[in-house]
Design a protein around this ligand. Sequence first.
Ligand code: C5P
Length: 408
Amino acid sequence: MASEFELRNRRIVLGLSGGIACYKSAELVRELVRAGARVQVVMTEAAMQFITPVTMQALSGQPVVTSQWDAREPNNMAHINLSREADAILVAPASADFIAQLALGRADELLALLCLARPIERCPLLLAPAMNREMWAHPATQRNVAQVKADGATVLGPAAGDQACGEIGDGRMLEPLELCDELVAFFQPKRLAGRRVLITAGPTFEAIDPVRGITNHSSGKMGFALARAAAEAGAQVTLVAGPVHLPTPRQVRRIDVGSAREMLDAVLPRAPQHDIFVATAAVADWRPASAGEQKLKKDGSGRVPNLELVENPDILATVARLPAGDRPWCVGFAAESHDLVRHAREKLQRKGVPLIVGNIGPATFGRDENQLVLVDAAGEVELAPASKITLARELVRVIAERFEPRGA
Ligand code: C5P
């Protein structure tokens, strides 16, 4: 979910064209305002059949503009004023008819007019299509969508699923929270454009028997935040996740694993196809030498099972030792309870990686905030305490600056 400040002071024109998904736009305007945006709603005649300007005015805190003949504008040029003042125009829902108007460069109503009148380089246009699946799949719509993309619009979604008409398929508008995340991502600098990033996250689970195992308190939040930040920065992201209860960040490919060995099996063959590897997972150091096939039973004698442990493979060190042509640029994490910098520096040496990110494990496990210290050959840099997503974006900036491509 977008936090309170992720769209702080962004001026967004939120356009609604006609479609049943207009009911979701009420929630969307709330999310945008909550994220700090200043939202000016513009509605077409058709949109007003589905939801009233009264609702949208109350939620945005601004009178809604519905006509190019709106006499409240002193110069009577709503299309110019609105498109010059906006940081972005988001049309949600964008109906098939509205997209067709854009593709033709028509200006029948204020919303299409202001999209046409916007300075293309300065004022991006984002469209969230919403329509019946047959309308979406129709060659005319697909042709129009291709045309508006070629003309510079960004198309968000649509998603597949249940439709208001009772059919199932492509054409659902993205959910308000997803649209808000897309907008936040849109404004992030594309520092990792074209890069492929592989990330491990969460704990591992080492089975003792079919019902018990060894694991730890890692929630995976830092690794998931990093996956989101890397995707926002334009990277293609693969996230190998231990057992966690977190939604997959948008545009991220996720592979779920259980044990350290499964994590290694997921990471190792993929590492050579990635430019950057970030190991945030709290991998269990040891696993039971053999997992019981059946549940170990208490026999009432007071005797306890003798659990023999063996060491798990070190995923980060294994990737960092790949031959230069196969080795991504590696970043490790150190979750410590004390002497953070000393331990992080030891890890830098032991794992043979260019950057270790230290955090105090017990202080951050499960929380949305963290405090990081970056340790490399040159020294240490502390990042001020902040939310994990803020720190993840900062870390992406550092990684993008220091990253050295293979063979460089
Ligand atoms: O000291 P430790 O070996 O736990 O170092 C932590 C760093 O190494 C983290 O980046 C962690 O993801 C990674 N690691 C790993 N495989 C292990 C243990 C740690 O990738 N078996």
